[in-house]
Design a protein around this ligand. Structure first.
Ligand SMILES: *[C@@H]1O[C@H](CO)[C@@H](O)[C@H](O)[C@H]1NC(C)=O
Ligand SMILES: *[C@@H]1O[C@H](CO)[C@@H](O)[C@H](O)[C@H]1NC(C)=O
Ligand SMILES: *[C@@H]1O[C@H](CO)[C@@H](O)[C@H](O)[C@H]1NC(C)=O
Ligand SMILES: *[C@@H]1O[C@H](CO)[C@@H](O)[C@H](O)[C@H]1NC(C)=O
Length: 279
């Protein structure tokens, strides 16, 4: 809706503009507006695609319009009476540059170029909760979690986070990892019901998913619940390497150990989480 009103607002500006940027959504429609100065009485109009392929899309000559050209927009282009060209439904390959040539009654010409970018609608993201460190006490007092957000097969998305119910809440930048896809937070018992939302957006759409990470701090052992191990493998590879190195060093330290008792002590120093990525 906002885009339509923006287009209308732009259409009211008196000056002809080149290089207008227009954004559309797959499955939706766009209106490529043919602007002309006041007093410019249009006699002919020619709409073309300039890139990625040069094609004739629509013409208006001698008071009659034509859109049945063999272009990739055949059957999807409609030339309105005011000579604006509507494209619908949009496909993901429709991005490109367009131009319209207008000719007035006196034979004067004017060319406008427009740039169209078509985006997919953003799908609902998936948020996974990884427990980095739950407090030793039962139930845990503190819980360090990583929230990982992912939107399936889509480009041009930005990730952001918000804490639900918090006004003016700012997530510390150092809590954000992997281009904003991962948020690291420390939770205490007071944060039991604090929910975080991951918002994925592109210029034409957005969606979000919300989790209450404290719940996962208690369900760490439950089957199907993502563990720290998964995060090591998937996201924080450098950390896993570092921990792996520590594991290696302690294993090396264990090497010369002899006697069952001493070995057990050494093995205790290596947590299962750091051992597994090495396997
Ligand atoms: C499309 O138009 C934009 C803006 O006018 C321009 O910067 C860009 O180079 C054009 N792209 C191609 C491939 O012609
Ligand atoms: C073009 O068509 C309109 C209505 O469709 C008509 O009023 C006008 O006279 C026509 N002009 C020419 C030049 O044929
Ligand atoms: C042109 O016509 C279309 C379809 O009737 C309309 O949506 C649009 O607002 C009109 N104006 C401009 C400037 O394109
Ligand atoms: C995303 O996945 C859907 C179906 O799973 C597929 O139709 C679509 O082409 C994919 N999009 C991209 C950009 O890979």
């Amino acid at each position: 809706m906002a885009m339509w009103s923006l287009l209308l607002w732009e259409a009211l500006l008196p000056m002809a503009v080149t290089g207008t940027n227009i954004q559309g959504q797959v499955g939706g429609s766009v209106l490529l507006v043919a602007k002309h100065p006041q007093g410019f009485q249009v006699r002919d109009a020619i709409w073309r695609s300039l890139w990625p392929s040069e094609e004739l899309l629509a013409t208006f000559f001698q008071n009659s319009s034509q859109t049945l050209y063999h272009s990739r927009f055949l059957g999807r282009a409609q030339l309105h009476k005011n000579l604006s060209l509507e494209l619908r439904p949009l496909e993901s390959g429709d991005s490109g540059n367009f131009s319209v040539l207008l000719v007035d009654m006196g034979g004067r010409t004017q060319i406008q170029t427009l740039q169209l970018k078509v985006y997919d609608a953003v799908p609902r993201p998936a948020v996974q909760v990884f427990i980095a460190a739950a407090g030793d006490s039962q139930p845990p007092k503190m819980c360090q979690v990583f929230l990982s957000c992912w939107a399936p097969n889509i480009s041009d998305v930005t990730y952001s986070w918000r804490q639900e119910g918090a006004i003016g809440f700012d997530l510390e930048p150092h809590g954000l990892l992997a281009n904003g896809q991962v948020l690291s937070v420390s939770l205490g018992p007071r944060d039991k019901s604090v929910a975080y939302s991951c918002i994925v957006s592109n210029p034409v759409s957005w969606d979000l998913a919300t989790v209450t990470p404290w719940e996962s701090c208690h369900r760490e052992a439950a089957p199907g619940n993502a563990s720290y191990k998964d995060l090591l493998l998937l996201v924080v590879v450098p950390i896993s390497l570092l921990l792996g190195l520590v594991g290696l060093l302690s294993a090396w330290h264990c090497g010369p150990c002899s006697g069952k008792k001493k070995k057990d002590v050494c093995a205790d120093e290596v947590t299962p989480e750091t051992e597994n990525p090495l396997v």
